[in-house]
Design a protein around this ligand. Sequence first.
Ligand SMILES: Nc1ncnc2c1ncn2[C@@H]1O[C@H](COP(=O)(O)OP(=O)(O)O)[C@@H](O)[C@H]1O
Ligand SMILES: [Mg+2]
Length: 304
Amino acid sequence: MAVDVLVIGGANTDFLVKGSKLPTVGETVEGDTYYSGPGGKGANQAVAAARLGAKVAFVGRVGADTRGAELVSALAAEGIDVSHVLHDPLGVTGAALVMVEGRGQKQIHTAPGANLLVTVRDVVAAADLFAEAKVVLLQLEVPQAAVETAVRLANAAGARVVLDPAPPRELPDSLLRGVHVIRPNVAEARALTGVEVHDRASAAKAGHQLRERGAKFAVVGAPGGNLLVGPNLERWFAELEIEPVDATGAGDAMAGALAAELAAGHGLEAACEVATAAAAFKTMRLGAQPGLPHRAELEVFRTR
Ligand SMILES: Nc1ncnc2c1ncn2[C@@H]1O[C@H](COP(=O)(O)OP(=O)(O)O)[C@@H](O)[C@H]1O
Ligand SMILES: [Mg+2]
């Protein structure tokens, strides 16, 4: 079976409460809406790519518990190959407490659990998938050694690496040199480059620094949009004007779309347009995975 997008990453259960305001430290706030469902950046991005038509395989670990079984069946229900997901009896399935306020802004506290038990051997065991994949899509929710191995195997197999460097962390140039596209938000750009991204010019500064350190392209998140930076290339993709409901998973919609579009053979600029629309679409729905667009929905949304 050919794989378009191979994801090595984290899966969590999201427990979400939405209300008009977020609690401050020590405060209890009564919200209104409760939702729980599958999440985690790796799983969300896998679903995002699959709903846009990519053949996706997911490699990761969940606990040998009910939530883990639920997360894996949610992935399988999207047509994602889960044959390399381990149900680890020593780990608890990852969990995230998500708090969303009136305008859709969110705050998240995670317990990564079994995600941190992903090993280099798990990645090596998926060698057959690397041989088939067009794009390998990575985040930093699993141990860095596993991510580094995935980059190495992807490079050796001729697959392009898309890296969503979240949660924020410094990374060695040796890893960046294997990356085709890196997609940091403001916090991640700060951790990686020390640059405080507050506008297009500072996004360009961060993007060029990531390129000098080895990434081929960078899509740097900034207030109001994302800047694509590449060889002789700088292009701004403004955020779309919509009524936001829940920002959870917007970055995953973007990263998953970038991977799916690249795997389908589209250029990066066209991929960024689709990714921008996918992120905007997601923010209009509650919950990380339920809000991710299917291809047909996204096409309708883009011609609105
Ligand atoms: N209305 C919108 N239109 C287009 N893109 C949006 C919109 N709202 C948010 N986004 C994009 O969603 C992405 C969110 O990514 P990020 O900040 O990494 O958040 P997370 O990964 O936590 O979801 C950003 O690239 C942002 O530009
Ligand atoms: Mg993100």
